[in-house]
Write a protein that binds this ligand. Sequence first.
Ligand SMILES: *[C@@H]1O[C@H](CO)[C@@H](O)[C@H](O)[C@H]1NC(C)=O
Ligand SMILES: *[C@@H]1O[C@H](CO)[C@@H](O)[C@H](O)[C@H]1NC(C)=O
Ligand SMILES: *[C@@H]1O[C@H](CO)[C@@H](O)[C@H](O)[C@H]1NC(C)=O
Ligand SMILES: *[C@@H]1O[C@H](CO)[C@@H](O)[C@H](O)[C@H]1NC(C)=O
Ligand SMILES: *[C@@H]1O[C@H](CO)[C@@H](O)[C@H](O)[C@H]1NC(C)=O
Ligand SMILES: *[C@@H]1O[C@H](CO)[C@@H](O)[C@H](O)[C@H]1NC(C)=O
Ligand SMILES: *[C@@H]1O[C@H](CO)[C@@H](O)[C@H](O)[C@H]1NC(C)=O
Ligand SMILES: *[C@@H]1O[C@H](CO)[C@@H](O)[C@H](O)[C@H]1NC(C)=O
Ligand SMILES: *[C@@H]1O[C@H](CO)[C@@H](O)[C@H](O)[C@H]1NC(C)=O
Ligand SMILES: *[C@@H]1O[C@H](CO)[C@@H](O)[C@H](O)[C@H]1NC(C)=O
Length: 661
Amino acid sequence: MIMLSCVLVPFIEISVANKYSINMCQSMSDDGQTLVSTGGKFELGFFRPGSSHKRYLGIWYKNIATVVWVANRAKPINDSSGILKLDSAGNLILTQNGSLVWSTNSSKPAHNPVVVLLDSGNLVIKNETETEPEEFLWQSFDHPSDTALPGMKLGSDLRTGLQWRYTAWKSPDDPSPGDVYRVLELYNYPEIYLMNGTTKLFRYGPWNGEYFSGIPDRRSDTNIYDKNFVRNQDMVYYTFLQVTDNVFTRVVTNQTGYLYRYIWAKDGADEQNWKEYKTFPRVPCESYGLCGPYGNCVSTKSQSCHCLKGFRPKSPEAWNSFVWTQGCVRNKPLNCKDKLKEAFVKFERLKVPDTTHTWLNESIGLEECRIKCLNNCSCMAYTNSDIRGGGSGCAMWFGDLVDMQQYETGGQYLYIRMDASELESGGTMLGILVDGQKIAVKTLSRSSWQGVSELINEVKLIAKLQHRNLVKLLGYFIQGQEKMLIYEYMSNGSLDSLIFGNTSRVVGTYGYMAPEYALDGLFSTKSDVFSFGILVLEIICGKRNRGFYHIDKNVNLVSHAWTTWKVGKALELIDPTMKESCVIFEVLRFLHISLLCVQQYPEDRPTMASVNFMLNSHMELVEPKEHGFIPRNVMVEEDLRSSQKNKRSTNDVTISLLQAQ
Ligand SMILES: *[C@@H]1O[C@H](CO)[C@@H](O)[C@H](O)[C@H]1NC(C)=O
Ligand SMILES: *[C@@H]1O[C@H](CO)[C@@H](O)[C@H](O)[C@H]1NC(C)=O
Ligand SMILES: *[C@@H]1O[C@H](CO)[C@@H](O)[C@H](O)[C@H]1NC(C)=O
Ligand SMILES: *[C@@H]1O[C@H](CO)[C@@H](O)[C@H](O)[C@H]1NC(C)=O
Ligand SMILES: *[C@@H]1O[C@H](CO)[C@@H](O)[C@H](O)[C@H]1NC(C)=O
Ligand SMILES: *[C@@H]1O[C@H](CO)[C@@H](O)[C@H](O)[C@H]1NC(C)=O
Ligand SMILES: *[C@@H]1O[C@H](CO)[C@@H](O)[C@H](O)[C@H]1NC(C)=O
Ligand SMILES: *[C@@H]1O[C@H](CO)[C@@H](O)[C@H](O)[C@H]1NC(C)=O
Ligand SMILES: *[C@@H]1O[C@H](CO)[C@@H](O)[C@H](O)[C@H]1NC(C)=O
Ligand SMILES: *[C@@H]1O[C@H](CO)[C@@H](O)[C@H](O)[C@H]1NC(C)=O
């Protein structure tokens, strides 16, 4: 028996210089002997790091001499008397002058164990004929140092409790474990962190099925390595795999607080070297928690930190002196007594927040997720846990939202819980009712002078005015100063966006206001006729009154149309895209009518009934008088409001609705 003979003659040891395996009868001493990987890529032996005089057992790239793994990190050998042996139980033993320095600790039964270095850089102890990685007695890939090679894992084996984590060297001269390490935390929605002791330095963001939320750029990575995230009942880990033989790649956790991915192109330029391919954190925005709770970091802006919409700096003084860590607080605190007064606002292009306090269910969708989140007062946000195929799964966040980032492109959606009144920020915003119906919420300005009973009267009036071409009013909401109108949500946008094939901002109704209303706050049915005239004019000309552009700033669509019409060149006004397909004399007649509608004095304008009659007959039309449109530069919106306030009319109920449009 070989084993027996080794035990009987323990001092006859066969050296293994430049061999491919070590068995129980062999040993390796620190006199230049090494173990070489099967394909010749990696090498195991004794080495001395940097300017240190201490000796370590480690693995390096055979032809590059970059060390990727160290056995006795914390217990150096102070001379070259170290000896590595394999014992009969299948454990590697490193000794110096007979005393133990380092050993492996495998609990699996061994039979004729051997040690081999695989070409992946994995040092393996196994039964001699074993080829199944699952059956290895021990492997160095399960005990990483600071370097991740392709195929190494970062995460946890849930069955054995084994954790794959990467700890920096203390310094280039000292491989003993530093303070900085990279670890996968087993939160409900797991995350990878770069840590310094107990301080978080950088966060990958959770895996969303395609990429880590905090690393949305996939650039040319796929030519070099493939990322893989595995999450099942046995294991949770991240790994990357090499996709080409021409490039070496490794990821090093460095005591400086950075993660480096290096690449080495084997057939690259003449000057071959490791190149820093990526460094994390790359920008200040990637430093953990830079902007504090509810802060949003924007790398492209000169000031990185911004409060999310609906939030303000907790300490404006600190914020203004660029101390952001205190973060932001809600403009309107949540009280969670009435679910109907809370809503979720959709934020876009985000690195989703820290997942320490999360809940995950991969089998439910966004809608069920929203309901679950709404029903738990401490749930602050939710989104799909997997973005593939339009999105699936549910991730919910509890407590303050920390470490978010806003991207120019890419990134994820996040639905954040807000007081419903914060929906006001955009004037009109999409909301979702408890039953899932999409609604448009319109908030009336808080300083609105309108009384509650008038508003209710108005709501009743509008409710009766249901028309299939009008957006339906579904309900209203009044509490103290807060007043909201709730409309059905038009998923395809407004008619406005169809007529002008392209709106990117909310436009008020300024461009349709009759002069007597704009200047004096007086409103009558003739003001509607005026607005109708503008609308007809816009349709005919294919141009927007408000955004109409002319070299002379004082010229707007109305005045342009009026002067052109007066000099007999009305044909030029017609939208070229409809000129071919329309009946010209009809369009000219409509143009004439529209000019009658926009005359300066209400008493000159026709009633809606006569407009209707004019449109449907060939009756002679009178010459229009001067139009009454007030150019934009005559007054700013603020003046507009104050003038309305000062000159109330009995119709101011209608006015407030127009204002909120
Ligand atoms: C080396 O270490 C051994 C064991 O720790 C110790 O006995 C010895 O004195 C050390 N030699 C030197 C030169 O430091
Ligand atoms: C080796 O160990 C023996 C006894 O344990 C001791 O006498 C000897 O000095 C040691 N040699 C070195 C070089 O440390
Ligand atoms: C080896 O593992 C066993 C059980 O798994 C444990 O009791 C023992 O302390 C370990 N030894 C070392 C040196 O880690
Ligand atoms: C190694 O071989 C022994 C004897 O054949 C066997 O009992 C043991 O299960 C093997 N170990 C592994 C990890 O396969
Ligand atoms: C850590 O980074 C510093 C600065 O880039 C570098 O000098 C040092 O060699 C790195 N350490 C290791 C172990 O890679
Ligand atoms: C890590 O923490 C220590 C102690 O708090 C500190 O001295 C050191 O500068 C930190 N290192 C990094 C890279 O943040
Ligand atoms: C996920 O949600 C489904 C459907 O509501 C439920 O049956 C399942 O138990 C949930 N899973 C977890 C882990 O909560
Ligand atoms: C809300 O969720 C938290 C975190 O999952 C949980 O501890 C708490 O019990 C939940 N509260 C309710 C009312 O369901
Ligand atoms: C919205 O537009 C799409 C595509 O143009 C169309 O298929 C759909 O019917 C429209 N929906 C409504 C409600 O008009
Ligand atoms: C809408 O506007 C954007 C930006 O101004 C432009 O790139 C796009 O081509 C426009 N689309 C249409 C249909 O006009």
